[in-house]
Design a protein around this ligand. Structure first.
Ligand SMILES: Cc1ncc(COP(=O)(O)O)c(C=O)c1O
Length: 437
């Protein structure tokens, strides 16, 4: 199989050590089902659903056909003051999956844009109420909220922020929820709910009336699957309610069935005011993000504006792009027709048993997991991330793709996997990690 480009030099690759990669490239020439094929002809199991975005499997014909047909029928409709049926239909389907009180959906093109959109919605909401002193936004250590300036401002992953000195002011940061005593915890830990009282301290220090919104990933994903301790999200909700603060769940990874329900909000029984999403919305086939908004927030902004006025001065050229909507509609149909959320939830115990079975490997310092998402921390090498990077490369050589953040490997099988595939993932991990111990 030969499908190599003439030159690797011109493209500046994202989040990649460019010089190293270009010396030793790993190119994918084909993907189908739970596998990818590299330019050297090797078959690679996709252990992280790409970047957590391909749960229905690679190469879904229904999605490809829907996009193809859409482009032939109506390739583009300007989204301001014009519309097309596909975006309304997709909003309806997404709203059906969201918690009961979130019935409105704003479209954008990525997870990063969904965060900046959610920030602006929070500003518009408080503005519509005449509440102009709420300038502070709360985030959390180890949070990943994408790469736009809003998301970078909220970032709790230090490297994503320290190169970029111009960020939003007035950001407050909660402590992260990883606790030494919860090492190798499966699902939610008993200990740690009190970490949510950081928010109460901010309220006591700065005044709840100065805080606009709290952004958290219900399960912190990119940093390596930090599952919230029992009672933690409930406590955040309680403090937000007592102080008129909006609660935003960033569900870019956890949305669409990843942790055992449509959204983490339903799994944990805590309803935020706003939910951001992207990735699995189109099964990774078209760039798309979205923001789910509660009736109360939507009505405050939209119904509060004068007749005929644009209520929310925000939108993208590609908001609700017809091809992305076609991919989204086809994807959500697949999820429903094949009961894929239920399938993933049903296989979760098998998956987690298998992952936690690796605990005896000396190199592993922690394992965390919930639903169809798990992280394995390896003991750091000389520099943080060095060993994780080396293992990620070796895993690919040994036949599996795993997304690593530093020394944390994040596993997110596709919802179509069979038990055999999980066994194969674990065997490759054992072989690779065992050899490095
Ligand atoms: C929780 C979370 N928010 C936001 C983003 C950013 O999404 P994107 O890369 O589509 O901009 C990600 C990406 O991994 C994410 O995990």
């Amino acid at each position: 199989m030969d499908n190599t480009p003439n030159s690797l030099e011109e493209q500046w690759m994202p989040f990649t050590p460019n010089r190293e990669f270009k010396n030793e490239p790993r190119l994918v020439v084909k993907s189908a089902g739970v596998h990818m094929w590299s330019h050297s002809g090797s078959k690679v199991l996709d252990g992280s659903s790409g970047l957590f975005c391909v749960p229905a499997g690679h190469g879904r014909k229904e999605i490809a056909d829907a996009v193809h047909q859409q482009l032939l029928t109506n390739d583009y409709t300007a989204p301001f003051n014009l519309g097309h049926a596909g975006s309304f239909e997709l909003a309806r389907k997404v709203a059906k999956l969201l918690p009961e009180s979130l019935n409105h959906v704003f479209f954008c093109n990525s997870g990063s844009e969904s965060i900046d959109t959610a920030l602006k919605i929070a500003m518009a909401y408080h503005g519509a109420r005449g509440d102009y002193q709420r300038l502070r936004y709360v985030s959390r250590e180890r949070a990943y909220h994408g790469v736009n300036i809003g998301g970078v401002s909220l970032s709790g992953m230090v490297k994503n922020r320290d190169t970029f000195p111009v960020v939003m002011p007035y950001i407050l940061t909660l402590r992260h929820t990883w606790l030494e005593e919860n090492r190798f915890q499966r699902g939610q830990a008993e200990h740690g709910a009190d970490l949510a009282n950081d928010l109460q301290r901010m309220v006591d220090t700065y005044g709840g009336q100065t805080i606009a919104a709290v952004f958290v990933e219900p399960v912190a994903g990119s940093t390596g699957c930090l599952v919230p301790p029992k009672g933690y999200l409930e406590r955040l909700r309680e403090i937000c309610d007592a102080n008129g603060i909006l609660l935003v769940f960033d569900e870019v990874i956890t949305g669409f069935g990843r942790i055992g329900g449509p959204f983490a909000a339903q799994v944990f029984g805590v309803t935020p005011d706003i939910i951001t999403m992207a990735k699995a919305l189109t099964n990774g086939c078209q760039p798309m993000g979205a923001v789910g908004v509660s009736d109360a927030v939507y009505e405050t902004v939209v119904d509060g504006a004068p007749d005929g006025a644009i209520e929310f001065f925000h939108g993208y050229t590609y908001s609700g792009h017809p091809a992305s909507c076609a991919a989204g509609n086809a994807t959500l149909d697949i999820f429903e027709n094949e009961s894929l959320f239920e399938r993933a939830a049903g296989l979760s115990e098998y998956f987690l048993d298998a992952v936690y079975g690796l605990r005896d490997i000396d190199l592993i310092s922690d394992i965390r997991g919930i639903g169809f998402l798990a992280a394995i921390d390896v003991k750091p090498g000389k520099k943080p991330g060095q060993r994780g990077g080396a293992i990620q490369k070796q895993l690919f050589v040994n036949g599996m793709h795993v997304k690593f953040t530093g020394d944390s490997g994040i596993l997110a099988p596709q919802f179509i996997v069979e038990k055999d595939h999980i066994d194969e993932m674990i065997a490759i991990l054992r072989e690779t990690l065992g050899a490095q111990s």
